[in-house]
Design a protein around this ligand. Sequence first.
Ligand code: HAM
Length: 419
Amino acid sequence: MEIITAVRGFKDVLPPETEKWRYIEETARDIFQTFGFREIRVPLLEKTTLFQRGIGESTDIVEKEMYTFVDRGDESLTLRPEATASVIRAYLEHALYNTETVTKLFTSGPMFRRERPQKGRYRQFHQIDAEILGPDDPHTDAELILMLMHFLKKLELPHLNLEINSLGCDQCRPPFRAAIHSFLRGQEEKLCSDCRRRLVTNPLRVFDCKVESCAAILSGAPLLQDFLCPPCREHFVKVQSSLDLFDLSYRLNPKMVRGLDYYTRTTFEVTQESHGAQNAVVGGGRYDHLVRDLGGPDISGIGFAIGFERLAAMTPKPKTDASDGPLLFIAILGDSAFDEAFRLCNTLRMKGVRVEMDHGGRSLKSQMKRADKLQSVYTLILGEREIAEKKALLRNMRASTQTEIHLDQIEETIIELER
Ligand code: HAM
């Protein structure tokens, strides 16, 4: 019978990769908490309208990538393609804005987008997401970006590029839209069908097109940065001068538009040279109207999401002194030693010691081979004779030395070694 494999674009994360993931998550948790963030956990499934209204109908995500289905109660539900909309939904549903004027939340977990699977692009992927709700000042933008870069540096990622841009506000965009329309007049036919549609629904999206001929047409197009209203311009200048206080290098990228519609003012992405510009490891930005658009009060927000798979691929193996293997492997000779080994193994585990043993019936040679493979620090050889004489051989696998210890002292001796 054929085995059943995972769904295309859905990937297992196996050990030892999972250990790297845990290390990344713990590092994020530590750093984010220092910057005042608290953890929130939101459901994987939400009402479809949340993402339609939150992310925007004219985005690729909502137009073609969501896993949406009608459930048995005839309700349209969607597996979350990102966390921001869900975090804001929870923020509003529980009126968190009544308890704090500044709310800093982080979350991590799987997201779902039906994209074409390729290296670094999956249909189920994971994000670490952080959001600040409340303040709208440029220092908040700089503080968030600073925390992000500090975290990435802590993981010792080489060759990171931070790019920032401002997407302006409702004041700056209409004249920009008009300028794009007049620039592209007469060239609409040369654009891909998606871009022709975007020109009507949301012209900013044409900058997000991955088709080369569209990029060529747009190379001389007007840029939003030249249309920023004075408050947006001032905000962006202040974000930069605040970042400059911390010796952070960044590049201004006036063509970065991001793939979600909720952004206003500051947006940013982090890429790594070897992974190419299309594969940003982090994306984020300010969204001053999302809370309102989702039915809440007029509260500003800014956040980012880190792609876990991409981040893990770039992160060097964490340096730990400890061996990955158990402290002790109990090798058994003869069936009657099994019960004593089984008791000892699990008693030590309950006292916090990592112990392994075989489940019986194998030669001493193959058990020693397994102890070696597991990189066990010590091996205890327990046979019928040892039990009769109430003593056993404890072998230090690294120093290749062995000592005889009394059975009554084994637990104590091993616990002592663990310290
Ligand atoms: P995003 O740019 O769509 O932003 O995604 C953020 C990151 O998630 C990307 O930079 C990438 O590393 C990762 N990612 C996205 N799609 C995939 C995929 N198919 N496979 C693997 N990794 C992927 C957001 O999701 C916003 N919610 C970020 C944000 C938070 N903005 C404000 N707050």
